[in-house]
Design a protein around this ligand. Structure first.
Ligand code: CP
Length: 312
C-alpha cells in the first residue's frame, strides 16, 4: 500500500480514494498506539525531520511519536536555535536537511504555499503541517477519522465550524475534506472573521450561532488566532465569547448526540467553557490520540515502500 504521490501538501489535491486509504490505514495504526509496547519495525532505516517555523505541540509531537512508534529516526529542528536565526533561507535550510539524508520533511511555516515550494525544490517527501491560513491537511484527516470513528460515516452529516474562519487553515482543509466525503458544512462567526466569497467552497454561512447549531451532528470550535490579527476584528473577547463561545446550554441547540471538537490549543472561556471542553460530548483528547495514528498512516503510505504489512 502506498500513496501514488511524492508529497502531502493539501486536501485539495487528494482524491476521495486517497483520503479513504489514509483513514483506513490509520485504523490498524491506532491499535499500535493503544498497545503497551508501541513499537513496530516498519520504517526502520527511514528518517523524518520536523521543520517548524511556527509553534506547535500536537502536530510536531505526534509526527515525532508516529515516526518513533514505527522505528524511523526522527529529528526536530527548532528554528529559533538553528541557522534560520542567522538568516538562512527556507530553501537553503531544506536543501541542507535533504543532503543529510532526510526521507521526509514535515514543514510548518507561516507562508501559504511554503510546503509546495519545498516539494518542488528538494527530493525528500514533504508533508504540509500548516502553511499560513492556507491548509493543515493532517489536522483535517485526523478530524475525519475521529468523526467517522464516532458516527460510523461522514456522508450525510451536518458539521458546523464556529469562530475565527478567516485565519484558519484548519477550516479550509476541513471544508475540502468534509465536502469531498459528502458532509454538509456550515460556518458561523462574526462577519469580520468570515472570508468574503467563502460560500463558493460549497458551505452555508451563518451569523447566528443558534441557527447554525440547529440539527448539527458535529460542532467544531476554532481557536481565536490573536497572533494573526493585525487589528481588532471584534470588540472584546468577552463579547466574542457571549455571542459565539460554546457552553453546555448553547450546545443543546444542536442535535442531542452532537459531538464537540476543537483542533487545539483551546482558549478556555473564549471558544469553549471548561465544563464543555472536559465534558462527555467532547472529542478533543480523542482528536489528539487519533492524530498520532493518522500521521503514522501518512508516513507509512509515503515511505513504507509499498509494504502490505504495517507491522513488518
Ligand atoms: N491543532 C494543531 O495544529 O495544534 P498545534 O499547533 O499544537 O500543532
Amino acid at each position: 500500500m502506498n500513496l501514488k504521490r511524492k508529497d502531502l501538501l493539501g486536501i485539495e489535491e487528494l482524491t476521495v480514494e486517497e483520503i479513504n486509504l489514509i483513514l483506513d490505514t490509520a485504523l490498524p495504526m491506532k491499535d499500535i498506539v493503544q498497545r503497551d509496547i508501541k513499537k513496530v519495525p516498519t520504517l526502520r532505516g527511514r528518517s523524518v525531520v520536523n521543520l517548524f517555523y511556527e509553534p506547535s505541540t500536537r502536530t510536531r509531537t505526534s509526527f515525532e511519536l508516529a515516526g518513533k512508534f514505527m522505528s524511523a529516526d526522527t529529528v526536530n529542528i527548532a528554528t529559533s536555535s538553528s541557522s534560520v536565526a542567522k538568516g538562512e533561507t527556507l530553501k537553503d535550510t531544506a536543501k541542507t536537511i535533504e543532503v543529510m539524508g532526510a526521507d521526509v520533511v514535515v514543514l510548518r511555516h507561516g507562508m501559504p504555499g511554503a510546503a509546495r515550494i519545498l516539494a518542488e525544490t528538494i527530493s525528500s517527501h514533504i508533508i504540509n503541517a500548516g502553511d499560513g491560513a492556507h491548509e493543515h491537511p493532517t489536522q483535517a484527516l485526523l478530524d475525519l477519522f475521529t468523526i467517522r470513528e464516532e458516527k460510523g460515516r461522514i456522508a450525510g452529516l451536518t458539521v458546523t465550524l464556529v469562530g475565527d474562519i478567516v485565519h484558519s487553515r484548519v477550516v479550509r482543509s476541513n471544508i475540502l475534506a468534509l465536502t469531498k466525503l459528502g458532509a454538509s458544512v456550515r460556518l458561523v462567526g462574526p462577519p469580520t472573521l468570515m472570508p468574503y466569497g467563502i460560500e463558493d467552497m460549497g458551505v452555508e454561512v451563518y451569523y447566528s450561532l443558534e441557527e447554525a447549531l440547529k440539527d448539527s451532528d458535529v460542532v467544531m470550535a476554532l481557536r481565536i488566532q490573536k497572533e494573526r490579527q493585525q487589528r481588532g476584528l471584534f470588540p472584546s473577547l468577552r463579547e466574542y465569547s457571549r455571542l459565539y463561545g460554546l457552553t453546555e446550554e448553547k450546545l443543546s441547540w444542536a442535535k442531542e448526540d452532537c459531538l464537540l471538537m476543537h483542533p487545539g490549543p483551546i482558549n478556555r472561556g473564549v471558544e469553549l467553557s471548561s465544563p464543555l471542553a472536559d465534558g462527555i460530548s467532547s472529542l478533543i483528547n480523542r482528536q489528539v490520540t487519533n492524530g498520532v495514528a493518522v500521521r503514522m498512516a501518512i508516513l507509512f503510505l509515503l515511505i513504507g515502500g509499498g509494504k502490505s504489512d504495517i507491522t513488518a
